[in-house]
Design a protein around this ligand. Structure first.
Ligand code: SAM
Length: 289
């Protein structure tokens, strides 16, 4: 697809659903989604090699959000697209989608992964740009869903200690490696939590007018430890999004117990540590109607 500003990409429904339905799901399928603790499994197409990309969510995560919050033919946005997971989910589900990433290597990876299927009923593309400039690429009120996992501030910007891995297994190929995305000054992964919160606020302020009224913005984030202090990143992101004009609709827990490595006896008997690798947040906002 040619990259013009704004992009020429479709955003209208191609399904025959009644206009007041918020998705294409049947009542029975809808019911299965009414639980606020979500669990996902990685599939073969998912990238699990941290040397290719250090922080990938499973295709099943954006798929669920796309099924819940859009109709076939509508437009999905991922401002921090990484390895292109959201774009693959959109391709599977006949939604048009655009993803952005600062790092060209990830953009190429995303666009190449999209070529693995011959399915051509909708369009998806990854573009190399700072998420701050996304407003240049879309007409207002055309995006139905923004779904993303931004960097977790500077969480990766230090030597990996593998604390969630037991004993001897801890000393694996990732041990003591720094797995940051880039050292580009606009990379949210280089920022401390204060700078990060302001950058998130600015980026999502720019995205708000692109969303249709009541269009959803779903953000996957986790809290983390930094120099012995707990950083409640999900609260910082919630405040930033509210300051940018979004309304919080739901807080969902991603239960990751099925995918984390076997837990050790963290801190026993002298220290209690929150087992942050066993869950993450999925924050569900919308542009008020
Ligand atoms: C957590 S990863 C996203 C992973 C993605 N969900 C996946 O499954 O592959 C966050 C991404 O944000 C990108 N990034 C960081 N700062 C950015 C910015 N200002 N604009 C666009 N992308 C940025 C990083 O290069 C990284 O690939």
């Amino acid at each position: 697809m040619e990259i013009s500003k704004p992009l020429r990409i479709r955003h209208e429904r191609t399904c025959g659903c009644p206009s007041n339905h918020i998705n294409c799901l049947s009542a029975k399928e809808w019911l299965q989604h009414q639980i606020a603790v979500w669990e996902f499994y990685y599939e073969k197409r998912d990238i699990r090699d941290k040397k290719i990309h250090p922080a990938v969510f499973p295709i099943a995560l954006p798929s669920k959000c796309i099924n819940l919050f859009t109709h076939r033919g509508e437009l999905v946005l991922d401002p921090f697209v990484g390895s292109g997971t959201t774009l693959l989910a959109a391709q599977d589900l006949d939604r048009n989608a655009v993803g952005f990433d600062l790092k060209k290597e990830y953009v190429d990876l995303s666009n190449n992964r999209l070529l693995e299927t011959t399915k051509k009923t909708s369009n998806q593309i990854a573009i190399c740009a700072d998420a701050l400039n996304i407003g240049d690429y879309f007409e207002e009120e055309t995006v139905s869903l923004c779904i993303t996992s931004p960097p977790y501030a500077n969480l990766l910007n230090r030597k990996r200690k593998n604390k969630s891995i037991r004993g001897d297994l801890r000393d694996d190929e990732h041990y003591l490696q720094v797995q940051q995305y880039s050292d580009h000054p606009a990379d949210l992964g280089t920022m401390n939590i204060k700078e990060y919160s302001l950058a998130i606020q600015d980026i999502f302020k720019g995205i708000l007018p692109l969303l249709k009224p009541r269009g959803r913005c779903v953000i996957n984030i986790t809290d983390y430890w930094w120099k012995g202090k707990r950083i409640p990143a999900h609260i910082h992101v919630t405040n930033a999004l509210q300051n940018a004009g979004y309304e919080l609709r739901n807080t969902i827990i991603w239960d990751r117990r099925n995918i984390v490595n076997k837990a050790g006896i963290f801190g026993w008997p002298s220290n209690y540590i929150t087992l942050s690798t066993t869950y993450e947040y999925i924050l569900d906002f919308w542009r008020p109607g």
